[in-house]
Design a binder for this molecule. Structure first.
Ligand SMILES: *Cc1c(COP(=O)(O)O)cnc(C)c1O
Length: 359
């Protein structure tokens, strides 16, 4: 590809992060969450690299289909379950496990004609109020599940935490207590933890855990970085300098002329922009690495280009490497400068970019 922008995926880092997850929760099975094209890293690539995971969690049937077409035989869990009755035929054919979170799905399961009973995960809403059955409905749900010929008797229970990434938010304990109350006396496998909980709430590392972001080497916690947590970044978004200017004090840079040179200085142009998934809301001062040295974004990001203050790299030349996030530049930090979260930046890398795998 003639554009020098690319995404480098470090497969060793991915494997390392899974091992690290397993060491944090040695008694738990891992449902590796690979929805949204594995957080932008490439669905099949990630599934093949994480072959030691016990299951994969995906958002939709198309993702599950892609994995099965790539001969992945690991259990796959459809995180939102079926949306329509016809979905159950595909779920049956692809041998998927499903989350069941509403009565509409139970109706569909009761009426379906499928080849064998499904493994289901019953989702309980303990306080996030996104998906799941409210506590007062659970007894009725369990009764229907027990009497449904299309559901395996070994159902599992799950809940999802709204505030696990914050230290000491009281909602977390409230949710955990409600879940415990529901599970009391039921001899079934359970799952609670996303990445933040795997790291900060060891009591949530029950039979199954559901890490996503941390597998990609990024911290899920507010105000912490992956390296402090023993994780290695998997994705590096990089490009090159395609132009360098010596500008005079007071000259503006970029659309809207929002930024002006505080002194005579070199400004570089990088061949990547919001059309590649770099956040347009990144502010002047957002760090970038030029030849491994920290420099700063100046002016507005455009579709295919960024402008960089090169005072820290006055000898930089056209063709020099620029890292926008990843190796030696945490995406957590870039996200903060763009008023967003690392999840959004990773998912947003554009598929037009060249992806390079590093073994
Ligand atoms: C996305 C998701 C996860 C993973 O969350 P991370 O914060 O990326 O670890 C876990 N469980 C469910 C239900 C999810 O939708």
């Amino acid at each position: 590809m003639s554009r020098p922008s690319r995404v480098v995926i470090d497969k060793q880092a991915l494997k390392h992060n899974l091992k690290h997850v397993q060491s944090l929760a040695p008694h738990s099975k891992v449902m590796a969450i690979i929805k949204a094209d594995a957080y932008g890293h490439g669905l099949v690539r990630v599934a093949e690299t994480l072959s030691d995971a016990d299951a994969f969690g995906v958002a939709c049937l198309e993702e599950a289909q892609q994995l099965r077409s790539a001969a992945i035989t690991t259990p796959i869990v459809l995180l939102e379950g079926p949306h329509k009755a016809v979905d159950l035929a595909a779920i049956d054919k692809l041998k998927l496990e499903i989350i069941v979170h509403n009565e509409f799905q139970l109706d569909m399961l009761e009426q379906a004609e499928i080849s064998e009973p499904l493994q289901i995960w019953i989702k309980i809403d303990t306080g996030m109020h996104r998906l799941g059955f409210p506590l007062h409905k659970v007894a009725d749900v369990l009764n229907r599940v027990a009497n449904c010929k299309n559901i395996k008797t070994s159902f599992r229970l799950m809940t999802h935490l709204a505030t696990a990434n914050e230290q000491d938010n009281p909602l977390t304990q409230t949710q955990l207590e409600k879940f415990k109350q529901i599970c009391n006396g039921l001899e079934v496998e359970k799952t609670i933890a996303n990445s933040a909980a795997v790291i900060s709430l060891p009591e949530t590392n029950v039979e199954w855990i559901r890490p996503g972001l941390m597998l990609y080497g990024v911290s899920p916690m507010v105000d912490s970085y992956a390296d402090e947590l023993g994780l290695k970044p998997v994705m590096t978004l990089e490009s090159e300098l395609i132009s360098i200017h010596q500008l005079q004090q007071g000259e503006p840079v970029g659309y809207g002329a929002t930024w002006r040179c505080p002194e005579d200085m070199p400004v570089g142009v990088v061949a990547a922009g919001y059309g590649d998934g770099f956040p347009r809301h990144a502010k002047s001062g957002t760090p970038v690495l030029v030849n491994g040295v920290r420099c700063a974004l100046v002016g507005r990001a455009s579709m295919d280009m960024l402008t960089i203050d090169l005072r820290n790299q006055p000898d930089a030349r056209i063709g020099d490497r620029v890292v926008l996030w990843g190796e030696s530049l945490p995406v957590e930090e870039v996200a903060r400068h763009a008023d967003t979260i690392p999840y959004e930046l990773l998912c947003g890398v554009h598929k037009r970019l060249e992806f390079i795998e590093r073994e």
